[in-house]
Design a protein around this ligand. Structure first.
Ligand SMILES: Cc1ncc(C[n+]2csc(CCOP(=O)(O)OP(=O)(O)O)c2C)c(N)n1
Length: 1005
């Protein structure tokens, strides 16, 4: 019985698993098993209670039978009325002049008899209270009344699409909500609300006019024509605040971003800071900005990507924190990042109130989109696809498409093959509300309905806000070049704020003077903000970026004076002197043995697959004294477990990660009779000694959909939110990361430099040529290396570990991998870590690590010297070798084998560069000194299995010349020739090439 193999206690401390206190006794393992499906209860998230909508009563069903023609008609209206609804301000959507489905005469109904009464009970909802309607026998209406009611509901300024939902409950919920008038339009007509709406619209227009006047050459992507976006968001924010949400994460593109940012009732960005940025100033304190003309340090981003967080205060609610995330130019790329951050934030909040909090209770993601981007970008579909998955859902996103019927110069007829830009949402059955942006009160109402749906069902919903774009794509464009008729229409229109003001005056809510005073007041506010520009200095505010403790008052605040906020408060800025780059990562061996055993323990009666029993046995054996060495998966499990014991959560995300693509990980085990899942590390880790205030972390094995871009983006977003989470994304094979290239370029490799955002994300990218063909062979190290800002020469100040944008490593032993994972969390700052992961080494006996390599005092080594020259007593031999082969990755083992077969151990040394970026100038120089590599009769070769134009050679070639001792050495390249492919597809060819590389490295000796 597998479970009987583990019955132990451990000796460990919580704070440091290898520290002085390591001998303290901790509590006995407390199995918390199980009786649940792993996927059903994802990490403390309780699902919302299923919303039950009562079915029709017998009487209602009978009436539906009796009035089948009426039923068909009503359902047709529900289904097709959006095609007739007055949703399009410019009337540009290509639609039939008459929607035949809305004609009751076509359903055999007696339309000519005005007196005829129909029993509509069970067909149309007439009562806000469902049970009242269920209780009544008859609800009588004439055809006229029916038509009036249906038209009021469905053919107004909001078009509803919900009948495509596969859920009967949702369809019933929607039809009841609308037809019973549960959220009536009249609710959005209070004077107070209308004045608030007016303020938002008027300020937006004043702001756009102000920028146009003061900065006429600026591309500001103004909101003119789409001003209703602001009341739409205000509606959503206030509904969220009323529902006691505490945080909103907003993802949005360029259009109207500055309007939202600077509005004093919304995101409250200091307009002086904005003007400073427009004038070419930095959005960060000057001391952080890279050297001019040289680069490095913080280099910032453009105006239209600025960000802010603000606390909003709505009446009788707690403050609502709204955070607008930074955004790259690549449209829609932010979506999944925002979702990952939302879920991670909810998880953090939930930890403090698990009893009361359910998925999406506290945090909501809002995503804004342009119509062209929403339709065209594939990541939209990928991200929507995550919305309902157990490890990716975040409780429902409200999508707001600012739909101006044009993308740059592309009109809708060329932008999409679907009727609406929102049709992609139907893929997940999301309801869609199309609303006319000329009518801000309807917009307000639509958002309220959308939020209500999200709250009930915790699912995504789309609001398609139909507006127009008064100017070109930006204000310097001439839209008439390509859309003269559209722009003729637009030019003839009064602005949305002005139309609303006319209505406010005719309804006697505001006078002309009051209107002008609202506008004047804001203009004055902006004027004085512009005046304040002289003497202005940027400051910092975001939680994941540093905050200058001396505020923005002085240029002398060195990065060392920077601190982080909220959940990042224990994290330092990477270049500060307090940054710890080389923490101790080794762990007490007894603790490790216990953790290793826990990693394969299962509950009594749990039936593990027959083959996996060997896997379990092998792991347990490898942990024993004189075991055969620890394999890759065990090294990883030990890293996870030890980090968890220190309180860190771990999340590994990607396709089939629980088992592992190569059937190596098996971090989740499945009962062969019941399909019950157990994640042993979540169940059998020992409790930390002081369990009152400290917790053991959790391992979330997030088996994902078959997406790279959205899934990596999601994980990356989680890493922004939680520095205490080891957040890992694993590609099935290394080259599949290229589907996520946008996330890598615009977030992973550049966020710290653009936005001062740290991330400790780890990417695991299986790499290595093993005959698998052009794909499945390479994680394209050359591309990763090209994306780093790794220095060309050694420069001890500032330390390259602290200034590099991301680490690129290719560990060749499980212990190296173990120390890397632990280093990632034990450092007091965060950097992305890109791991070229092995395939061939996963089970290679030669690659196994003795357990001692994991012990206290051991750490990751950027360069591995040739083990055949250990122990030190043999170092004289080392100086005598004729040729030193430098390499990275698994070819080391092939070279070592060949050398042995040729009996050339005393002539050839093989040195592994395990950390490629930052390039280990010093460590490599130290190792090579042992080989007397500068002597003229020595040869130094760089050997790689990747083609010459690929792999690591391009990166190291120049850097090798800057290694002390190699300055005058002509390092020879040895490997494949240039190729268009990462590896040949013809099996024989692969073999011959590989043999040539391996054997050729020893020729001439
Ligand atoms: C991935 C990507 N492709 C192309 C662009 C260039 N681009 C910027 S805005 C834009 C048009 C966007 O249209 P839409 O989504 O309708 O938003 P709008 O500007 O109309 O508000 C284009 C093509 C981009 N930023 N990102």
């Amino acid at each position: 019985m597998v479970s009987s193999l583990v019955r132990t206690t451990t000796t460990a401390t919580r704070s440091s698993l290898g520290g002085k206190k390591a001998a303290k006794t901790v509590k006995t393992v407390q199995p918390r098993i199980l009786g649940r499906l792993y996927h059903d209860e994802s990490f403390g998230y309780r699902k919302p209670p299923a919303f039950a909508f009562p079915d029709y009563t017998e009487a209602q069903l009978q009436n539906r039978h009796a009035n089948a023609a009426l039923l068909r008609y009503v359902d047709s209206v529900r289904m097709h009325a959006h095609r007739a609804a007055r949703i399009d301000p410019l009337d540009l959507i290509d639609r039939e002049s008459e929607v035949a489905a809305l004609n009751p005469g076509r359903y055999g109904l007696p339309v000519d008899d005005p007196e005829h009464q129909f029993n509509v009970n069970g067909i149309i909802w007439t009562h806000p209270n469902v049970s009242e309607q269920r209780g009544s026998e008859q609800e009588l209406m004439t055809m006229d009344e029916i038509n009036r009611r249906l038209r009021e509901v469905y053919v107004g300024r909001i078009g509803f699409e919900y009948m495509h939902s596969p859920s009967k409950t949702e369809r019933l919920w929607f039809s009841h909500l609308l037809e019973s008038n549960s959220i009536p339009a009249s609710a959005f007509q209070s004077h107070k609300l209308r004045k608030r709406i007016h303020g938002l619209l008027a300020r937006s227009e004043v702001f756009d006019n102000f920028l146009q006047l003061k900065f006429p050459n600026l591309k500001r992507y103004g909101l003119e024509g789409g001003e209703s976006m602001l009341p739409a968001l205000d509606s959503l924010f206030s509904a969220a605040a009323r529902a006691s949400l505490s945080h909103i994460i907003v993802a949005m593109p360029h259009r109207g971003r500055l309007n939202l940012l600077t509005d004093p009732e919304l995101l409250k960005y200091d307009p002086t800071g904005l003007f400073y940025k427009i004038r070419g100033g930095a959005e960060w304190p000057e001391e952080l900005v890279g050297e001019i003309g040289v680069g490095g340090g913080v280099e910032g981003d453009v105006l239209s990507h600025l960000t802010s967080s603000a606390n909003l205060h709505y009446p009788n609610t707690k403050p609502l924190k709204v955070s607008l995330l930074p955004n790259p130019s690549h449209l829609e790329a932010i979506n999944a990042v925002a979702l990952g951050k939302t879920r991670a934030k909810q998880y953090s909040l939930l930890r403090t109130s698990p009893e009361t909090c359910q998925l999406g209770d506290r945090v909501m993601c809002i995503q804004l989109h342009g119509d062209a981007a929403f339709t065209g970008q594939g990541v939209v579909m990928e991200t929507l696809g995550l919305s309902g998955l157990p490890h990716y859902t975040s409780g429902g996103t409200v999508h707001l498409v600012v739909d101006n019927n044009i993308g740059y110069t592309t009109p809708i007829a060329h932008a999409r093959s679907s009727q609406y830009c929102s049709d992609v949402g139907k893929m997940i059955g999301a309801p869609v509300l199309h609303v006319n942006g000329d009518y801000p009160e309807d917009v307000f109402r639509a958002m309220e309905i959308a939020f209500k749906y999200r709250q009930y069902f915790r699912k995504d919903i789309i609001v398609d806000l139909l507006v127009y774009r008064r100017w070109g794509h930006n204000e310097l464009d001439v839209p008439n070049f390509t859309s003269p008729l559209m722009y003729e229409k637009i030019a003839a229109r009064k602005s949305v704020p002005r139309i609303y003001e006319e209505k406010m005056m005719s309804d006697e809510i505001l006078t002309q003077e009051e209107i002008e005073s609202v506008r004047k007041e804001y203009r004055t506010h902006l004027d004085s903000a512009l005046v304040a520009l002289s003497g202005y200095k940027s400051s910092l505010s975001d939680s994941n970026s540093p905050v200058s403790s001396s505020s923005s008052s002085s240029n002398s605040a060195a990065p060392s004076a920077l601190r982080m906020k909220s959940q990042w408060s224990t994290i330092h800025w990477p270049t500060s002197p307090s940054a710890i780059t080389h923490p101790s990562t080794g762990v007490d061996l007894d603790v490790l043995r216990e953790l290793g055993r826990a990693s394969v323990k299962v509950p009594e009666g749990f039936e593990v697959h027959e083959k996996l029993k060997r896997f379990v046995k092998g792991r347990l054996g490898s942990l024993e004294e004189n075991g055969k060495g620890v394999d890759w998966a065990t090294g990883e499990a030990l890293a996870f477990a030890s980090l968890m014991l220190e309180g860190n959560d771990i999340r590994i995300s990607g396709q089939d990660v629980g088992r592992g693509t190569f059937s190596q990980r098996h971090a989740m085990l499945v009962d062969q009779r019941t399909e019950r899942v157990v994640v042993p590390l979540n169940e059998f880790l020992p409790s930390p000694p002081n369990s009152n205030d400290e917790r053991v972390g959790k391992l979330e094995l997030a088996n994902s959909s078959l997406s790279e871009m959205a899934v990596l983006g999601f994980e990356y977003g989680a890493s922004w939110e939680r520095p205490d989470l080891l957040s890992i994304w694993e590609a099935q094979f290394g080259d599949f990361f290229n589907g996520a290239q946008i996330i890598i370029d615009t977030f992973v490799s550049s966020a710290e430099t653009k936005w001062l955002k740290q991330s400790g994300i780890v990417l695991l990218l299986p790499h290595g040529l093993d005959g698998a063909g052009p794909e499945h062979s390479s994680c394209r190290l050359e591309r990763w290396l090209q994306l780093t800002n790794d220095r060309y020469a050694h420069n001890s100040s500032p330390n390259n570990h602290q200034t590099i944008n991301m680490h690129i490593v290719f560990p060749t032993t499980p212990s190296q991998y173990f120390h890397l994972l632990r280093r990632q969390m034990k450092r007091n700052y965060r950097k992305p870590l890109i791991v070229a992961g092995p395939k061939a080494l996963l089970r290679l006996p030669a690659a196994a690590s003795p357990l001692e390599e994991f012990a206290q005092g051991k750490s990751f080594k950027p360069v591995l010297d040739d083990p055949i020259f250990e122990p030190q007593s043999q170092s004289t031999k080392q100086a005598e070798v004729k040729r030193v082969l430098l390499c990275t990755g698994k070819i080391y083992y092939e070279l070592a084998k060949e050398r042995k077969e040729r009996g050339l151990e005393d002539k050839v040394g093989i040195v592994r560069v395990e950390e490629i970026a930052p390039f280990p100038f010093v460590e490599l120089g130290d190792v090579l000194a042992k080989y007397s590599s500068r002597e003229t009769d020595k040869e130094v070769w760089w050997v790689q299995e990747e083609s010459r134009n690929q792999g690591v050679w391009g990166h190291v070639q120049e850097r090798l010349r800057n290694v002390q001792g190699l300055e005058a050495v002509d390092v020879k390249y040895w490997g494949r020739k240039e190729s268009a492919l990462p590896a040949p597809g013809v099996g024989k060819m692969y073999k011959e090439q590989q043999e040539r590389v391996v054997k050729g490295a020893f020729e001439g000796l």
